[in-house]
Write a protein that binds this ligand. Sequence first.
Ligand code: F6P
Length: 348
Amino acid sequence: MKIGVLTGGGDCPGLNPVIRAIVRVSLKLGHEVLGFRGGWRGLLENDSMPLGREEVSGILHRGGTILRTSRTNPYKVENGEQRLLENLEKNGIDALIPIGGEDTLGVAVKLSQAGVKLVGVPKTIDNDLMGTDFTFGFDTAVNIAMEAIDRLHTTAESHDRVLVVEVMGRHAGWITWYAGIAGGGDVILVPEHPFNVEDVCARIKRRHQNGKDFSIVVVSEGAKVATEGEYDEDGSYVLSSMKKDAFGHVMLGGVAKVLAEEIEDRLGFETRHTVLGHIQRGGSPTAFDRVLGTRYGVHAAELVHEGKFGRMVSLQGNRIVDIDINDISGAIKELDPDLYKVAEYFAD
Ligand code: F6P
């Protein structure tokens, strides 16, 4: 068989281990692999590269993706689907392995329904994709954010300051919660629970009355501000830009700056903010992400070899399984409410 592979959406550490595993296993099982560059853009424009043993040598520990990535949405391009199908045919691709998050795999679902034989691999550092317990890249991002919080702790303590740190997480607070708990954050704010500035200030004030002179607030970029004085379940984003990507997502960012200013104005405590941004997506994957990426890649290649298509590989508990790819569309996997409750015990 000739197998096509692409990586779409935001990059994250662990993509190269997946690609390496798909290629190594597929070659061993007697298949050939072709990579499309830059996500769906590569398949639309027929921009490809052969993937052999040599191309995937020495990439296990490298962040990013040797295939490059983009947020190209083929369904926003004229005759997009037709062009994808034609290029699959032109290259003699028998099966496709798209590696991506809700947007990339959303396109994969449509292609699968149009008859393309494919197996999806879930990816997002946000860890908010339905159908799998963890996505690779998440653990690396959490460790980067935790280390940043550790560093912010010592400087916050030395200066008696409040430090607000903004971490990635568009719709779900997984990175915020894990990094916040691991780093001992005093206030943890996630998109699932719109926050009230008054309440955040009250918590910090209580902590300072209890003898602490500094505080760390960990906030998701997608955390929403509730209507003043009440808890509005919808809330609204703080946005530094109104730009949208090809899948219609607004570009988030700016909540930490606004919140830091509010805390300083309302409490009079010197407050600074830090935005971790794309640092969380860069650099080498952790051991967990290298292993998870490798296990996903192996299972995806095995499924293709066995002719089991329309599936997505998935981690459930400690087992790699596969589910119907149609089951992932639509909903976001929100932070487990039980985990959120844990953070509440450490709130002040
Ligand atoms: O989807 C993953 C993610 O890292 C989000 O956490 C973040 O909001 C977004 O991508 C940033 O996208 P971009 O890299 O296009 O700026």
